[in-house]
Ligand binder design. Sequence first.
Ligand code: ATP
Ligand code: MG
Length: 367
Amino acid sequence: MAQVSLKNVCKIFPGNVSAVNNVNMGIENKEFMVLVGPSGCGKSTTLRMIAGLEEISSGDIFIGNKRVNDVPAKDRDIAMVFQNYALYPHMTVFENMSFGLRLRHIPKQEIIQRVGEAADILGIKRLLNRKPRELSGGERQRVAVGRAIVRKPMVFLFDEPLSNLDAKMRVQMRTEIHKLHIRLQTTIIYVTHDQVEAMTMGDRIAVMKDGVLNQLEDPIDVYDHPKNKFVASFIGSPPMNIMQGRIIKKEGRLYFDEGKIQVKLVEDMYKKMGNYLGNEVFFGIRSEDIYDKLFVSDAPPENIVKVNCEVFEPMGSEVYLYLNTGRHTFIARVGAHDRPKVNQEMEVVFDMSKVHFFDKNTEETII
Ligand SMILES: Nc1ncnc2c1ncn2[C@@H]1O[C@H](COP(=O)(O)OP(=O)(O)OP(=O)(O)O)[C@@H](O)[C@H]1O
Ligand SMILES: [Mg+2]
């Protein structure tokens, strides 16, 4: 069993740099866990502490049921794939993949078998006699993964393994690693700052900011119910639109007043949002929850707003509209054939049953 758990784990670097702050996290056996967050939030440091490459300042790490704080990296039964995977240039693919096994004095026959199996899984059998310089970026990446697979570890750690690849190859390798997880049935902890990678690969994702774990849930829960304004705007592409404004009351109804536009809240939200009457809040709406009024027949008049369309970007399957209220710019995703006139007023409809509100001071989610 290879569950991994972190209990109150902190890392303070010399100079009092707090890189990881009291992180609690349980990764289940065979789970694909993704650590995601902006640059410098402590992802690599967390991974390196799990691998045993970085000392823990305080707290405990368990692999299986064993506390590993004082277990050296080589005895943790973990294999790590780094961003800069640095293959040995003078060795062939076979020699690169078998290097760790040879150091461990594994019998030759078994090495040949394990490298063969790994090469088969990764589709690189025909490359075994080549040198790294004779490989494409994606093939080199596969060899680096192969080097980890042959060790048959209990846990794989990946630190941004795809960031050196071009966009197309990244998408391809993303699927490959996903398939690999299904095939190998091992625990994987995968670090990325790319929220699309996180959403698409993780059984669960752990969103970090400034060394603090903000939310740990399955990707759709994080997308639909972000815990705070940071998670809301970090997960999702394009990011959630956030506007600042005030909750007001008109004729017994609650509205969000942005300054230029006003939209009526759905009644389910009255109880919670009533507490914020007269106060400033952050309002959040995802781009797919905004529609061009031209294509909606029964929009409630209170949810229709007049905005200026500054730019539109046809993406093929959909169009992104960059809209301006006069105070905030925001993005709507509309149908592929929508072609609004640029720099003219247009009407859009907000699906108010899908919106979010965040406390102005704490930035925690209200709804
Ligand atoms: N050896 C070190 N000494 C001092 N500070 C460090 C050291 N290593 C990392 N840090 C700091 O700790 C913080 C977390 O770094 P870490 O490498 O874990 O970030 P990250 O989330 O992996 O970022 P990235 O996405 O850029 O790789 C950063 O502020 C970094 O400057
Ligand atoms: Mg890093």
